[in-house]
Design a protein around this ligand. Structure first.
Ligand code: ADP
Length: 249
């Protein structure tokens, strides 16, 4: 699904990501872990297209995307969340999900007077889908509330809903467990599992090892801009190089 090949990113000569290569197979949930400053977020930004690599290739479903702008990567099936979600605070939960739809009615069709019925149909279809997704992430009860009224954990669920609305093949999750209470964390983990069962692939940056151990078949460990190793979470957690990286980092 995703191939990152010899990718590097320098900031003023400092190699935040240094010749990183890994692949994420279709249907997998892979963790991207490592101490602070390891280069995980920079790697996400390179995959999502908010940063351009200094060198290397990135492929999504076999297609080179490293020179594509971020919105084209979304259209190709890539979606990401942020460690600190920033929903449109004044807009309702449902509206926040609705605006994440890939097919926005009327963008092209409005030019044609006779297309109005078709615009309305697309709008109705999007609303129905947004409601389904909001219910799926357990936010139906608060769908009319402004997003700013949500708790930190609920905002994480809203982020998940927004990425689902874009109909992705690959979801990059940035610390889905950060700042989430245990009850909501359980819901978030169960929803990630359910989404994955529909065939959607995940790459997850996470420090919460309970989440990693439960969800991730494999983890890629980064430190100082490089990939240290890759394997089952319980094996990597005991790997002396990984232990050193966390202690030294
Ligand atoms: P992680 O997500 O693993 O904590 P980051 O990818 O955020 O690591 O950062 C990796 C390194 O790159 C850090 O040393 C960080 O200070 C540096 N870095 C990240 N973004 C920038 C930037 N825009 N300009 C300069 N240095 C950066």
């Amino acid at each position: 699904m995703l191939e990152v090949q010899s990718v590097s990113k320098s900031f003023d000569g400092f190699r935040a990501v240094d010749d990183v290569s890994f692949a994420v197979p279709a249907g997998a949930i892979v963790g991207l872990i490592g101490p602070n400053g390891a280069g995980k977020t920079t790697t996400f930004n390179l995959i999502a297209g908010t940063l351009q690599p200094t060198a290397g290739a990135i492929r999504l479903g076999g297609r080179a995307i490293e020179h594509e702008p971020a919105h084209r990567r979304v259209a190709a099936g890539l979606a990401r969340t942020f460690q600190i979600p920033k929903p449109f605070g004044e807009m309702s939960v449902l509206e926040n999900v609705l605006v994440a739809a890939r097919a926005q009615p009327g963008e092209r069709m409005l030019a044609n007077l006779f297309a109005r019925a078709s615009v309305r149909r697309q709008e109705q279809a999007n609303i129905a889908r947004a409601r389904e997704i909001v219910a799926f992430v357990d936010l139906a009860k608060v769908e009319r509330l402004p997003a700013k009224a949500l708790s930190g954990g609920q905002r994480k669920l809203l982020e998940l809903a927004r990425v689902l609305m874009a109909e992705p093949r690959l979801i990059l999750l940035d610390e889905p467990a950060a700042g989430v209470n245990p009850a909501l964390l359980e819901i978030i983990m169960a929803r990630i599992e359910a989404i994955n069962r529909t065939g959607i692939t995940f790459l997850i940056i996470e420090h919460n090892m309970d989440l990693v151990a439960r969800l991730c078949g494999e983890v890629i460990v980064m430190a100082e801009g490089r990939v240290l190793g890759r394997g089952a979470p319980e094996v990597m957690a005991r790997d002396p190089r990984v232990v050193d990286a966390y202690l030294g980092g």
